[in-house]
Write a new protein. Structure first.
Length: 80
């Protein structure tokens, strides 16, 4: 059995093919604050292969989110 005294944070990395090159994008972790759609901020609640579920905390747009939650694709947000 492995005995660890502190938790390790494992950061996931997404490789995106752009033309003939690979770009590296960080994937948000649970609890990370992200921004998306020019003026919306939220906190990541769950991570999937291609997206995250976000609890919206700030919305400076006319968009409305039922229950203040939405799904955002990994390539459509920035980690703040």
């Amino acid at each position: 059995m492995l005995n660890c005294k502190k938790k390790l944070n494992i950061q996931q990395i997404l490789y995106v093919k752009v033309g003939n090159t690979l770009e590296i994008n960080n994937i948000a972790g649970i609890g990370d604050e992200i921004s998306f759609k020019s003026g919306i901020k939220g906190v990541v609640e769950k991570i999937y292969d291609n997206s995250v579920i976000v609890s919206v905390t700030e919305n400076n747009t006319d968009l409305e989110f039922e229950g203040n939650k939405t799904v955002v694709g990994h390539k459509n947000y920035d980690v703040i």
